[in-house]
Design a protein around this ligand. Structure first.
Ligand code: PRX
Length: 636
């Protein structure tokens, strides 16, 4: 029996039971056998969920890039590590071998050093899906700098908030990016953001689109010029197991985004382990995750997990619809992709198109399919299974979060029988609990509850950067000695889990977390707006769409509402990014409120879901009369 690579359901149960009975021993064995350490740890785990404090492999020393790169050089130096597929289908793919990637990472690491970057410094990376993004991430890790990747679809305001929050002094960006037919200007977004971030003294610019950009003297440098002069010899920085590796921001239901801080050793062990098991990766396979490295899925399952296992990982710059809706399948055929991992929203969008787009390509290389980011509906699951997998490739419906670092619930392909819409079973080392309204754990099967995790796992975020109180408050205060995920779930008769969705004010739109508060803050900035509340409602491609109920200040009443809608969406785009734009905006005379003045989102959600006949008792509201007018307004 191998703890590291599970191949049968029986083996899963054996390994799972062992992982729960002796968690420390379980992870210690894996850490020992599959990774390179510069010094062995003294203590496997120290934890308490009150403080909360979690430390794995204390005393251990290592560098994650030695595990991702150096150790493969002797055995697979010439094997492709990253396979870059550009936006333009007529441009050749780039096969970057392990030795070339190693060299490129070392060179960029030396560039960072030459600009004064030291261990512990935070570096903001705002790059599109080009190889330099992976190289920059690894270059930071090599010298112990903490990367903070910001998805290159975020606005300048969102970028500035993230740069300020973790006090980055350097930004790595590109001139622009290609997305389908569009060429986007990224450098000007950075320039705008930096007007609010005077502490940033260095900007390194990767040239991708070669468009005209402004360069600020003594602050902005072309990466290529610096790389040219840079040595390919860069020894690793020896890191303590609990030294920070990266910060990644995720939206909360309130306040500013949360900078989830991940540390080195536990994250490495867990992402490598879960990559191997969930994707059943074997030597020679070509693995493709379509996520952007700007999200946790890309960090863990494009860069670190695959490279730690010596895998070939595809990076795709473009979009599924360019030059047509067959692009994903053309790439699968061209590179003989074995594992394909995408989001339900992409599947739903592609399922709307003619199935010939799929059937025109040879997908026989596929062995495992994956989905992540939101619940997958049954129809999309079947479409994926039948048309892409030809009922031959098991679907791993993987549940995890930015906070968990790695996949927590997923079938193990070819071992765990799958059921549509069920993420099925916890991975080894993951101890789940469902909680009831009385804050007690619900035992037994065929139950619903709030999803918690009752024992630490190696890749959990250790804190919210700069705000440990918020970390405790958000994740550890709802239930005693439990990490609360913010999701609801049900456990069926055989113990399989189905994630039912967020139970807080986070709305998942096309797989992206949108916190209601920051969007409402943006809307409220409009001078005509008095108050707003946003809710989600079902959308057949995006999963959820966004619905804003807005009351206007008196002076705004007679404005042209269509213009106002445009202005509000423009404001959202500039404050957060296009992903948070509203699908529906309804102007109302008031918002339903409790007697303590809290907006009753439950009522607004029902109206948006077209379920206004199920509002229940509204007589306790402060202003029940507004409900009727909102319902009427919604029907227009
Ligand atoms: O609600 C869950 C949903 O996405 C949330 C985490 O979002 P984020 O931190 O952006 O990470 C997304 C990629 C891991 C979760 O709290 N979610 C993620 N995967 C699934 C899911 N909901 C249902 N099924 C999934 N497989």
């Amino acid at each position: 029996m191998s703890n590291y690579h599970i191949k049968h359901l029986e083996e899963y149960w054996q390994v799972y039971r062992k992982s729960v009975r002796h968690p420390e021993h379980f992870w210690e064995e894996i850490a020992e056998e599959h990774f390179v350490w510069r010094k062995r740890w003294d203590k496997v785990l120290e934890w308490d969920f009150d403080t909360p404090i979690v430390k794995w492999f204390q005393g251990g020393q290592l560098n994650i890039t030695e595990n991702c790169l150096d150790r493969h050089l002797a055995t697979r130096g010439n094997q492709t590590a990253l396979l870059f597929e550009p936006n333009d289908p007529n441009s050749p793919a780039e096969h970057i071998s392990y030795s070339e990637l190693h060299q490129r990472v070392c060179k960029m690491a030396n560039v960072l050093k030459s600009k004064g970057v030291q261990k512990g410094d935070r570096i903001c990376i705002y790059l599109p899906m080009i190889p330099e993004l992976a190289v920059a991430v690894l270059a930071c890790a090599r010298i112990g700098a903490v990367h903070s990747v910001v998805f290159a679809g975020f606005s300048s305001t969102a970028l500035a908030t993230r740069i300020q929050d973790c006090d980055c002094r350097m930004v790595i960006c590109s001139d622009g990016s290609y997305r389908g037919e569009k060429i986007l200007d990224l450098k000007s977004i950075v320039d705008q953001a930096l007007e609010e971030c005077p502490e940033v003294s260095t900007v390194l610019v990767v040239q991708r689109t070669l468009q005209d950009i402004a360069m600020v003297q003594d602050r902005d440098f072309y990466m290529a010029d610096l790389l040219e002069k840079s040595s390919a010899d860069c020894p690793i920085e020896i890191m303590e197991a609990e030294d920070p590796l990266f910060i990644l921001y995720t939206s909360g239901s309130t306040g500013k985004p949360k900078g989830m801080l991940h540390t080195t050793a536990g994250y490495m062990v867990y992402t490598a382990y879960t990559f191997k098991n969930v994707f059943q990766y074997r030597d020679g396979d070509v693995y493709w995750c379509t996520a952007d490295i700007g999200w946790i899925t890309g960090h863990s399952y494009i860069v670190y997990g695959p490279l730690c296992n010596g895998a070939t990982s595809v990076m795709f710059e473009g979009v599924p619809s360019y030059p047509d809706f067959g692009r994903f399948w053309e790439i699968v055929q061209k590179h003989k992709v074995s594992q394909f991992y995408t989001a339900p929203t992409a599947i739903r969008a592609l399922a709307k198109e003619n199935v010939d787009y799929v059937n025109s390509y040879d997908l026989s290389s596929l062995k495992v399919l994956g989905t992540v980011g939101e619940p997958i509906n049954e129809e999309a699951w079947h479409w994926y299974n039948e048309n892409v997998g030809k009922k031959n490739s098991p679907i791993a419906d993987t549940w995890f979060q930015t906070e968990t670092g790695g996949i927590m619930i997923s079938p193990i392909p070819y071992s765990t029988p799958t059921i549509p819409t069920f993420a099925t079973l916890p991975l080894p080392g993951v101890q789940l609990a469902l909680m009831d309204h009385e804050r007690e754990e619900i035992k037994g099967n065929q139950v619903h509850g709030k999803l918690c995790i009752k024992f630490p796992w190696p890749s959990m975020a250790r804190t919210i950067y700069g705000d440990h109180d918020r970390y405790r408050e958000t994740y550890f205060s709802a239930y005693d000695q439990m990490y609360f995920t913010g999701d609801g779930a049900m456990r069926d008769a055989v113990g399989y889990y189905r994630i039912t969705g967020r139970v807080d004010d986070v709305i998942i739109v096309s797989g992206h977390n949108i916190g209601t508060a920051p969007v409402e803050d943006a809307i409220n900035e409009h001078p005509a707006v008095a108050e707003s509340a946003i809710v989600g409602y079902p959308h057949d491609v995006k999963g959820n769409a966004l619905y804003a109920y807005i009351t206007l200040k008196e002076s705004g009443e007679d404005r042209n509402h269509d213009n106002l809608r445009k202005e509000i969406n423009e404001l959202i785009r500039s404050r957060i990014g296009p992903i948070a734009k509203m699908d529906k905006i309804q102007f109302t005379q008031g918002l339903p409120k409790t007697r303590s003045g809290k907006i009753m989102r439950r009522i607004l959600r029902k109206i948006a879901h077209d379920e206004s006949n199920q509002l229940g008792d509204i007589s306790t509201l402060l202003n029940p009369e507004v409900v009727e007018s909102i319902i009427k307004g919604a029907m227009i």
